[in-house]
Design a protein around this ligand. Structure first.
Ligand SMILES: Nc1nc2c(c(=O)[nH]1)N[C@H]1C(S)=C(S)[C@@H](COP(=O)(O)OP(=O)(O)OC[C@H]3O[C@@H](n4cnc5c(=O)[nH]c(N)nc54)[C@H](O)[C@@H]3O)O[C@H]1N2
Ligand SMILES: Nc1nc2c(c(=O)[nH]1)N[C@H]1C(S)=C(S)[C@@H](COP(=O)(O)OP(=O)(O)OC[C@H]3O[C@@H](n4cnc5c(=O)[nH]c(N)nc54)[C@H](O)[C@@H]3O)O[C@H]1N2
Ligand code: SF4
Ligand SMILES: [Mo]
Length: 725
């Protein structure tokens, strides 16, 4: 007899509620849970694949240990306890020889618990946690902390003007955020889309700005200039609550509509009309979008300029605008930050964090400044930045240390919920680095190309096989286990705790199971996981304009249009536009050889990053890696739809299938990211075809391509050429 079990989907971030139809321990049906307080019964095409994912024959179901050469595809089965014993033993020996900093961690987009690995690393004593954070969301978060002492969550539903700036939520956040945008639109909100591609959202927009990739900061400075010149800014707010207005004005002065138009492929009229629309339609929100974070040298300054726009227009912390801070009672739950135990890592170990000397803002130097500034607020309004999100080592120096032993040896790494070979720029370097390790440990669902290089792979259970406390600033919901973990799969908490107790951290991991942790976190609000589940979540009410009482959690207590934190770290304190080093204007000679502007990684459904390539239904929807060109461009290159082509940058080349669409500009190419082929041979040199269509073979990570403040590397606005393969 089948029964219906309540659970949740964690195949991307929002954790939509699921109803699972379960028979004999097998999921035979998946539906949205209409009683879920957030998703209310809706799920996306990826969520519908949950059963295919949970029961997929490629899933790793028991721990495995490398038998042959690294990458030879030869494994032996091993028990959890024995595997944890061996790994812990090796880590202890390496720590004795080389110091705790010899262990690195790579994280991906964080769909596991956010704090357990950091707690382990802090107690182990290594500051070298690194990964996708350097480019995804977290830099924006850290920059908002430096500028106004918190991270904004737009009150999208109640907004009158939504700006999607390098953001395609219809594909990347289809249920939660896109749902809110559609509601706002239905209520009459204006929609502005700044995107080089005519995405579906652009078809619905009042204004679509097909910008040249990588030039957004120029457009933002153009908006700032118009807003100031035409007196469209909030004078009272600027006078009372900001510092650095005159410097910002001076920085924006050269960005006349004409100059912006020359830089961005837009017309002066588009620049002016969009600035006026944003500044005069209040309240307005600019959502976070990866299109900005992925633009290398400009990523940090784009986040800074976006902050300045939010503040200048008086949209900070008003209903329908950019909500700041965290509302009670959700804010009283024990936080991720507290669970991470960042105080545990000693100062001399913090000082060894790789990359912090070169990119100070995203390492401990920047984080501790943000943290101290925030701690000036009264206890109830303080919400210090989450170190796991806003303070990491930089992958490039970490991988260089694996290869060269400089400035010290990095001999071991752990990757959990991360596929570094596919996700990180400069995949060849990632490969060279992982190959040199003495110990590489992976926690995974599948044997990915990265996992194939490991010494030990631990089988991690799917979200529906475990529980989670899902908390954003505004709400907190309990995510229940739908089925017991299958085979020998366990959750990541069990993995970290298993290592931790073996390495002498036992007293800091008193909770035997993850379920006990949730009760501990909920204790301050007088709830347990079960009670929270029963009452269908905990909701904070938005409280606006709190700064009027206490100021902002920044060094000056005001919004810092000129950032004193940046200045103290030797970074550019006022928003600055940089031409991308490889671009039609940045390097015209190179553009002669590589004439197309390359974007990578635009999201599509049902796949997620490098995942779901093994799931038949997903693969049917997207059988091959695609690169999209405008039909005119293809014609000039003598190419037709469906051709196999070579996409080449100065760093290398990959092979993809050509797709034609007039939704991209004739001057650009738009390539998928994350492609490997689970159906191919595992053993090297094939490694599941990871060197064939992996676009990150073409994305550089040398410092000239990275933002000097944070080290964000580029996944867009590069130069490429395309020819028949
Ligand atoms: N060229 C290019 N590169 C990009 C991007 C781009 O747009 N273009 N996007 C970048 C961005 S924004 C990000 S965030 C990164 C993403 O980087 P990653 O997160 O490393 O990418 P994924 O492919 O999702 O890899 C996650 C791996 O973890 C496994 N996994 C998923 N959930 C869990 C879990 O709960 N537990 C465990 N143990 N494993 C799990 C999956 O099977 C998968 O193999 O990629 C970045 N790389
Ligand atoms: N289906 C699906 N959903 C996902 C993911 C996934 O892999 N698949 N990944 C998840 C993760 S980790 C993240 S970070 C989010 C990201 O989700 P989004 O923020 O929506 O990110 P992208 O789709 O990478 O890029 C958004 C838009 O930026 C545009 N863009 C590219 N370069 C530029 C530029 O230089 N300037 C401007 N203005 N726009 C540019 C692209 O054309 C694209 O339409 O999605 C999450 N959701
Ligand atoms: S949006 Fe889709 S993939 Fe993401 S949690 Fe919801 S159902 Fe799952
Ligand atoms: Mo991301």
């Amino acid at each position: 007899m089948a029964e219906i079990r309540r659970s949740y989907c964690g195949l991307c971030h929002p954790r939509c509620g699921l109803l699972l139809e379960v028979e004999d321990g097998r999921i035979i049906g998946v539906k949205g849970d209409p009683e879920h307080p957030i998703s209310r019964g809706r799920i996306c095409p990826r969520g519908r694949l949950m059963a295919d994912h949970v029961h997929h024959p490629d899933r790793i179901n028991c721990p495995i240990k490398r038998k042959g050469e690294r990458g030879s595809g030869k494994w032996q089965r091993i028990g959890w306890e024995e595997a944890l014993d061996e790994v812990a033993q090796k880590l202890a020996t390496l720590r004795d020889h080389y110091g705790a900093e010899t262990l690195a961690f790579t994280h991906g987009t964080k769909r596991t618990y956010h704090w357990d690995e950091r707690r382990f690393f802090n107690l182990f004593g290594s500051p070298n946690v690194c990964g996708a954070n350097t480019i995804c969301m977290c830099p924006s978060q850290a920059v908002e902390y430096a500028t106004f002492g918190g991270f904004t969550w737009g009150d999208v539903t109640n907004s009158r003007c939504v700006v999607l700036w390098g953001h395609g939520p219809s594909k990347s956040d289809p249920i939660y955020l896109y749902g809110m945008i559609l509601r706002a639109k239905k209520n009459g909100a204006k929609l502005i889309v700044v995107d080089p591609r005519r995405i579906d959202e652009a078809d619905k927009a009042d204004l679509w700005l097909p910008i040249r990739p990588g030039t957004d900061v120029a457009l933002m400075l153009g908006w700032i200039r118009i807003i100031i010149e035409e007196n469209l800014y909030d004078r009272d707010f600027v006078r009372n609550w900001t510092v650095g207005f005159e410097e910002l004005k001076a920085a924006a002065a050269p960005f006349t509509p004409r100059k912006v138009a020359e830089t961005t492929w837009l017309t002066p009229e588009q620049v002016v009309a969009s600035a006026r629309c944003y500044a005069t339609t209040k309240p307005a929100v600019i959502t976070w979008g990866f299109g900005l974070d992925k633009q290398g040298v400009n990523a940090t300054q784009a986040a800074r300029a976006r902050c300045c726009l939010k503040a200048l227009t008086g949209n900070l912390d008003i209903p329908g605008g950019e909500t700041l801070g965290w509302s009670d009672p959700v804010g009283r739950i024990r936080s991720q930050e507290e669970m991470q135990m960042n105080e545990a890592i000693p100062p001399e170990q913090r000082a060894k964090q790789l990359g912090a000397d070169q990119y100070p803002f995203f390492g401990f130097p920047g984080w501790s400044r943000n943290e101290q500034a925030n701690r000036r607020l009264p206890r109830e309004y303080m919400h210090p930045p989450d170190a796991d999100m806003t303070c990491t080592a930089h992958t490039r120096p970490v991988f260089d240390a694996m290869i060269t032993g400089n400035p010290y040896s990095v001999k071991a790494a752990i990757s959990v919920a991360s596929n570094p070979l596919l996700a990180l720029a400069n995949a060849r370097r990632t490969y060279d680095a992982l190959k040199r390790l003495e110990l590489y440990v992976v926690g995974e669902f599948y044997l990915t190309p990265s996992a194939a290089l490991a010494d030990y792979v631990f089988p991690i259970c799917s979200t529906v096989e475990t529980t989670e406390l899902w908390s954003t600033g505004a709400f907190c919901v309990a995510c229940p286990r739908g089925i017991e973990p299958l085979y020998e799969r366990r959750n990541t908490y069990d993995f970290w705790r298993g290592l931790a107790v073996r390495l002498g951290q036992g007293e800091h991991w008193p909770w035997e199971s993850i379920d006990d942790v949730w009760d501990y976190m909920l204790e301050p609000v007088g709830l347990t996981f079960d009670k929270l589940l029963e009452q269908k979540g905990l909701f904070g009410k938005r409280e606006f304009e709190r700064y009027k009482k206490y100021g902002f959690g920044t060094p000056s207590g005001k919004v810092e249009l000129r950032s004193s934190t940046f200045e103290a770290l030797g970074c550019e304190p006022v928003p600055l536009y940089r031409e991308m080093p490889q671009s039609p204007l940045g390097d015209p000679k190179l553009a002669g050889d590589f004439p197309l502007v390359l974007l990578s990684g635009s999201r599509f459904l049902p796949m997620y990053q490098s995942e779901h390539r093994q799931i038949e239904k997903a693969r049917k929807a997207r059988p091959d890696p695609l690169v999209t060109l405008h039909p005119e461009t293809a014609k000039a290159l003598d190419l037709v739809d469906g051709d196999w082509v070579k996409v080449e940058t100065p760093l290398g080349s990959v092979r993809m299938r050509l797709h034609l669409s007039d939704r991209v500009d004739p001057r650009m190419a738009d390539a998928d990211h994350g492609w490997w082929f689970p159906e191919r041979e595992e053993a090297e040199p094939n490694l599941f075809g990871v060197f064939e269509a992996n676009i990150n073979l073409l994305c550089p990570d040398e410092s000239e391509f990275c933002s000097p403040e944070i080290g964000s590397w580029p996944h867009t606005a590069l130069l490429c050429r395309i020819e028949k393969a």
